[in-house]
Design a protein around this ligand. Structure first.
Ligand code: ZN
Length: 246
């Protein structure tokens, strides 16, 4: 069964209809809601579409891009969403040098530490976004205790862009590596992926609003959902196939 380890279902057109079309196509996924405004709509779809029975899962968190909008009260809200089902993951969260508050001790790091701690406390997997400094992200995770005694919280490095040294450190922490088409175009990441056990790899589309086509505004919601579902299947199939040639 195709499994997409990182998709922004709520940012795609007609997410409810899309969840149905994906189900009919036998496509399962981790859907990520990484801004407070996305949490409740995704939860609604989860409730009403029986996604759990379909081997899908959800992640709730605050993206490094959104930390300036995040409020203290969101901490309690995030915990409450995660406590609604013990399979839910935390994230995506992490560090991204392209956005404000990236430096050590600044807001991105504060929200990352909060969410990583929450993942450890609740024994949940952690969806990690990293653009910039893998060494710093890994150092912070190790300091919190990831990778010490067998942990129930696995760091999942989404859209992997590190090299072989980073890949080994992730595996030593009991983490997983999620492969996006961009992971395969970067030379150092590509050769790292060729060198690690295939069972440690996940595959993803990271599909969000940038995945939209102009045609996604034409037709009934069900028709649009069906064509988007087909594009997702193709995109995920392509990245899996390309990884086989590593
Ligand atoms: Zn994402």
């Amino acid at each position: 069964m195709p499994f997409d380890s990182h998709i922004h279902l709520g940012r795609l057109p007609h997410p409810k209809e899309l969840a149905q079309a994906l189900d009919q196509a036998g496509y399962a996924y981790n859907a990520v809601a990484c801004e407070p405004a996305e949490w409740d709509p995704l939860w609604e779809i989860w409730q009403n579409s029986g996604l759990k029975e379909k081997k899908c899962n959800l992640a709730f968190g605050i993206h490094p891009m959104s930390v300036l909008q995040a409020k203290e009260s969101h901490k309690q809200m995030l915990r409450a969403f995660l406590e609604r089902d013990d399979c839910f993951m935390v994230g995506e969260t992490g560090l991204d040098r392209r956005f404000p508050e990236y430096g050590p001790g600044e807001l991105q790091e504060k929200w990352f530490l909060f969410q990583a701690n929450l993942a450890l406390e609740l024994k949940r997997d952690l969806q990690i976004h990293c653009v910039g400094d893998y060494g710093r992200v890994i150092g912070l995770l190790k300091r919190l205790g990831f990778g010490k005694s067998p942990s129930d919280s696995r760091p999942i490095f989404h859209r992997f862009g590190g090299d072989i040294g980073i890949a080994h450190q992730i595996l030593e922490m009991g983490g997983l590596i999620s492969v996006h088409p961009s992971s395969l175009t970067k030379k150092s990441s590509r050769s790292a992926l060729a060198d690690i056990p295939k069972e440690m790899l996940l595959f993803e589309t990271d599909a969000d609003e940038s995945f939209w086509n102009a045609s996604d505004t034409i037709g009934t919601p069900a028709m649009v959902a069906e064509s988007v579902a087909q594009r997702l299947l193709d995109a995920l199939g392509n990245v899996r196939e390309a990884a086989e040639d590593l």
